[in-house]
Ligand binder design. Structure first.
Ligand code: 13P
Ligand code: SF4
Length: 365
């Protein structure tokens, strides 16, 4: 008979070192039945236990191919939902702390998106003229909305390919929830700023005139990442005054002006790859989350590369930070005893349509 479910309270007083030992032991017992996926923004104490690390695209592809019975996702809620949608029905996805959400994903919800779609329909024929695109940082029901309306999902590493796919089908895109990823990608593809309008869902017709909607190519949801909005062009200018040879690299969730000043713009995986492959004696100013930047800084310092965080103040993703070694140890030790805690299960009607929009994205590679 298996032992009783272990309550999280029993873990809250454990030190990180004690958790380390217990996590390693549980991983050994579970063997190939369990895989731990870790997003690049995870804190070190958790990240070091990941079997696979990556950006959203890499981790979703891995989830789709994994053979493990249990996928323990050290990331945020929408990522675990994607793993549940793409994995086989008998596989179980676990998010060690259910409070690990994404504030940007929360800026669009189904009710507001459906209302916006109806409003757009009052100006043009939305289903014939607009492709809805949701950034992967969104709830499963929004991915399902895109599936129902012949739309698609994108990540920070494939947004341009996805937008090209959309423009081959229809003339306009409704992009949610991140205004900046939409604008930065559209601009790099040559779409003029005046053809990218911001949809403020709190206002009638998104705060736009019928004319603005009719002449727009991209309708960008007014959403943003609270972490990446901390990065400002002044930080680049100030740093470059002291070190003119600096190379600037930014995540596309950063604002347009920062991305315009950056030498490179890309996903977390792309940022890591670019700096890792750079020549020695280079200096980098990086606009993305602090845990990634600090780890990268340590990793490349022996190659005589200097890595600096762009913001003078801490810009850490507080929801990514929710997953701590205590929750990871709790989830794994319960699995050892045959108890699944914090399973992420997307409702079956959303699952089918969300999978359709995710599969459309994955088919582009
Ligand atoms: P990546 O897919 O580039 O890892 O981005 C995920 C994310 O949430 C960035 O804030
Ligand atoms: Fe969401 Fe921003 Fe955190 Fe990424 S960094 S998970 S977009 S809140």
């Amino acid at each position: 008979m298996s032992a009783a479910l272990k309550p999280i309270q029993d873990y809250s007083l454990l030190t990180d070192d004690e958790c380390d030992v217990r996590i390693q032991a549980a991983k050994k017992t579970l063997g190939e039945r369990c895989v731990i996926l870790g997003h690049h923004y995870q804190r070190n104490e958790v990240f070091k236990h990941a079997d696979v690390s990556g950006d959203s695209l890499k981790l979703s592809k891995y989830a789709a191919e994994s053979k493990a019975d249990y996928i323990v996702f050290c990331g945020v809620h929408f990522m675990a939902e994607v793993a549940d949608i793409l994995s086989r029905p008998e596989q179980v996805t676990i998010l060690p702390d259910l409070a690990a959400g994404c504030s940007m994903a929360d800026m669009a919800n189904l009710k507001n998106v459906e209302r916006s779609w109806q409003e757009l329909n009052s100006v043009l024929n939305a289903d014939e003229q607009i492709t809805p695109v949701t950034y992967i940082n969104s709830a499963a029901d929004l991915k399902a909305f895109c599936g129902r309306h012949d739309g698609i999902v994108c990540t920070s590493s494939n947004a341009e390919k996805v937008l090209n796919w959309c423009f081959d089908k229809r003339e306009k895109i409704l992009f949610f929830p991140d205004e900046h990823l939409g604008r930065n990608t559209g601009y790099r593809m040559g779409i003029p700023q005046e053809e990218m309008v911001v949809w403020d869902f709190s206002q009638p017709l998104g705060g736009l005139t019928e004319e603005q909607i009719k002449s727009a190519k991209m309708i960008l949801w007014k959403g943003f990442c609270s972490v990446h909005q901390m990065f400002q062009t002044k930080q680049i200018d100030d740093f470059k005054k002291k070190h003119p040879d600096t190379i600037v690299i930014a995540h596309p969730e950063a604002n347009f002006e920062v991305c315009e000043k950056a030498d490179y713009v890309g996903s977390t995986e792309m940022i890591l790859k670019t700096v890792r492959e750079a020549k020695p004696n280079t200096r980098w100013l990086v606009a993305t989350e602090l845990n990634l930047v600090n780890r990268l800084k340590e990793e490349v310092k022996d190659q005589k590369k200097e890595v600096h965080f762009m913001s003078p103040t801490v810009a850490m993703c507080s929801t990514m930070f929710r997953t701590d070694p205590q929750h990871l140890a709790w989830a794994l030790e319960n699995l050892v005893e045959g108890h699944v805690v914090n399973q992420i299960q997307v409702a079956s009607d959303d699952k089918l349509m969300a999978k359709k929009s995710l599969d459309s994205m994955l088919s582009l590679f």
